[in-house]
Write a protein of this length. Structure first.
Length: 195
DNA sequence: GTCGAGATTATCT
DNA sequence: GATAATCTCGACC
């Protein structure tokens, strides 16, 4: 599996589609991801170089990169590329296929099954991933990644949710499985107004 | 369904 | 002190 992940994020991203992430009793089939290409990517946390937050992204592939954003939310990534090069695939959405009652209990809002893991922060909550799971090994740790045996069909398009300058959504680095109800219908990123 | 805006805090400057 | 790889709610179509 490590050989499959030891490549650029835009190549790894389609492979993760259809994969299953398992944490305890809850399992989610990934239906939407985004590629982050490290220091050459203006939308990536690694764009300004290594720091405490993105250190895991520079580490070896096959590990979990979590980060906190907007003061309330956590997002999860799969690290790819060899140690020393920052690159990761953001898990944006998925379908809860096991432990649905447990996942629903964590999500106080949106009890509908299609909404349980529709969005990066929701996915993390449904799975029970925490910020201190950062750096966990996805083959041996609490959070497991199971790649599919065959490549799922997928579509590619502009990234969403990246609020950086210069239109970082111009790169077609968002991948999803067509026809999945759990793929987020979210609008493109809007610049945040200050209060 | 789409659109606008506020919430809330770790991390970085 | 400013920023942010988001979510939720309310208003409108």
């Amino acid at each position: 599996m490590l050989e499959l992940l030891n490549r650029p994020a835009i190549e790894v991203a389609p492979l993760v589609l259809g994969a299953v992430v398992r944490v305890g009793e809850v399992a989610v089939r990934i239906t939407e991801v985004e590629a982050y290409m490290g220091e050459e990517d203006p939308g990536s946390h690694a764009f300004r170089g290594p720091g405490k937050r993105n250190a895991v992204m520079y580490g070896p592939p096959g590990h979990l990169y979590t980060y906190f954003t907007y003061g309330m939310h956590t997002c999860a990534n799969v690290v790819c590329m060899p140690e020393g090069i920052a690159s990761a695939v953001l898990l944006r959405a998925g379908e809860v296929i096991e432990g649905q009652s447990v996942a629903a209990k964590r999500r106080v809002t949106s009890q509908k099954s299609a909404d349980l893991a529709m969005g990066p922060a929701r996915l993390v909550v449904a799975l029970g991933i925490r910020l201190d799971d950062a750096g966990a090994n996805l083959q041996t740790g609490r959070v497991r990644l199971e790649l599919p045996e065959s490549q799922s069909p997928f579509s590619a398009g502009p990234r969403t949710g990246v609020a950086g300058e210069g239109g970082t959504a111009e790169y077609p680095w968002r991948f999803w499985i067509p026809g999945e109800p759990s793929v987020s219908p979210y609008r493109a990123a809007v610049k945040r107004k200050r209060r």
